[in-house]
Design a protein around this ligand. Structure first.
Ligand SMILES: *Cc1c(COP(=O)(O)O)cnc(C)c1O
Length: 443
């Protein structure tokens, strides 16, 4: 495309009014037009699962991303709509029975019990990474790796649609004791003032892009003043490029958002837009292409990350196509994650050995430009652990692993070894190789 053609298409898109943001939650499953042609029993099952796991999907995802001719297998359908298998059989039956009694309290109790059994706070998130200012714990901030602080603005704790596999699902189910959210940005500034070692602030959620630009500005602008010169990079973690690309093109405050991005960059910061993708099909619409171009035109970088998931993206060819499409759009592949040990993990998990094979087979198909994604990586309690491969050393088959990030920075980049286990899906399933009792990072 020539520059003039880009501008022309941009004008065409901008002249079309943004479709109204219309969203469906668990109580409106019967309102989704496309579901009406599916068997009634299927919808009843979805309603059972949606009692436990968060459900929210918008009209753009329904109309533009899901291939309704290929439901239920369609990866974008699996990404957003609840499926029976997402609850273990015993949990499904328990909720179904409780629902059938029609007694609200009974159902509530059953739902609470099942949620508690789904490890709502993996990797010790609630206890281990919460920082303190003047001795007081600060809600809405996590600080695990010294350079990077995560910030959860209270008005960004929802998404344009929810992913069925979300590892932060517990934040969305309405139980405020499970939520992490910052009341306001003052505490973030207080914390950052005291922590000169922090170079990166990662605004996350939910999805910070659900916020009005005005609200996002109130968090970001203070960080542009000279007292925060140590903050070099502002990252925004978001799936809005997939779930609501109008946010960047034609929403009422889209232009103001682009101006804010430019302002951050003009202040000398790097702005890294950390885009969450699971499938190349999320990138095929015109409005998505426009959104990517507009973000890049501000000078912001876009990097991509997302987990490897059973039922959604186990094919190496799909990963290769996704990474290749991304680099062609100017998006840099960043992380391939392993599905975390929470929520519907049993439905989405893939053995570590298979995850590595998929990663390798995808890497083999793309040039070096697209080989920048690290992984498969487990965000576990001690750190981000990457599966580097499977090897045989002195006759013992082992996993070769390394920390990409460690709770202790000295662990980073030290290779270590675990006994090969074809079924292992998470770090806690692994045992040290070579007859050793403990991994080096275990006390
Ligand atoms: C992944 C992650 C980060 C960022 O790590 P990078 O390797 O710098 O992208 C920061 N904090 C937590 C808790 C994380 O899980």
């Amino acid at each position: 495309m020539t520059v003039q053609e880009i501008i022309n298409t941009e004008q065409i898109v901008k002249e079309q009014p943004t479709p109204k943001f219309k969203v469906y939650t668990a109580r409106q499953l019967d309102k989704v037009e496309q579901l009406k042609s599916l068997p009634e029993a299927l919808r009843a099952e979805m309603e059972v699962v949606a009692e436990v796991l968060p459900f929210r999907v918008n009209q753009y995802v329904i109309d533009e991303l899901i291939d309704w001719n290929n439901v239920v297998e369609d990866p974008l359908f699996q990404l957003t709509f609840p499926q029976r298998g997402m609850l273990k059989e015993e949990h499904f039956k328990k909720i179904k029975l409780a629902k059938e009694t029609g007694e609200k309290e009974l159902l509530k109790q059953a739902v609470a019990e099942v949620r508690e059994a789904l490890n709502p706070h993996p990797a010790g998130q609630l206890e281990q990474n919460i920082p303190r200012v003047n001795g007081e714990p600060v809600q809405g901030i996590q600080h695990k790796y010294s350079e990077t602080v995560l910030f959860f603005p209270s008005s960004g704790q929802v998404c344009h649609s929810y992913c069925t596999f979300c590892f932060r699902w517990a934040q969305f189910v309405g139980d405020s004791s499970l939520k992490m959210a910052a009341k306001e940005s003052g505490q973030l500034q207080d914390y950052l003032r005291e922590h000169r070692e922090v170079t990166d602030v990662l605004i996350t959620g939910g999805d910070p892009m659900v916020m009005k630009t005005k609200n996002l500005r109130a968090y970001l602008e203070p960080l542009l003043s000279p007292e925060f010169d140590h903050i070099r990079t502002i990252r925004i973690g978001s799936k809005a490029l997939s779930f609501w690309p109008y946010r960047f093109v034609s929403d009422a405050d889209a232009d103001d958002l682009m101006a804010l991005f430019e302002e951050v960059i003009a202040a000398g910061k790097t702005l890294a837009f950390m885009a969450h993708y699971n499938h190349w099909r999320e990138m095929e619409t015109d409005i998505h292409r426009q959104a990517v171009k507009r973000i890049r035109a501000t000078g912001a970088q876009i990097r991509s990350q997302g987990p490897l998931l059973n039922h959604i993206n186990t094919s190496a060819d799909d990963w290769a196509k996704m990474w290749q499409t991304q680099v062609e759009m100017g998006i840099q592949p960043y992380y391939m994650f392993v599905e975390r040990d929470t929520g519907a993990q049993h439905y989405f998990e893939v053995p570590l050995a298979q995850a590595w094979a998929t990663y390798r087979n995808a890497m083999k198909q793309v040039s070096g430009i697209a080989r920048t994604a690290r992984g498969p990586s487990m965000s576990a309690t001690p750190g981000k652990v990457e599966i580097q491969g499977v090897a045989e050393i002195n006759g013992e088959k082992v996993f070769v692993l390394r920390f990409i990030q460690g709770r202790n920075p000295d662990w980073v980049q030290r290779p270590f070894f675990a006994q090969y286990d074809e079924n292992a899906t998470w770090l806690n399933h692994l045992k040290p190789a070579f007859g050793e009792e403990k991994f080096f990072f275990e006390e």
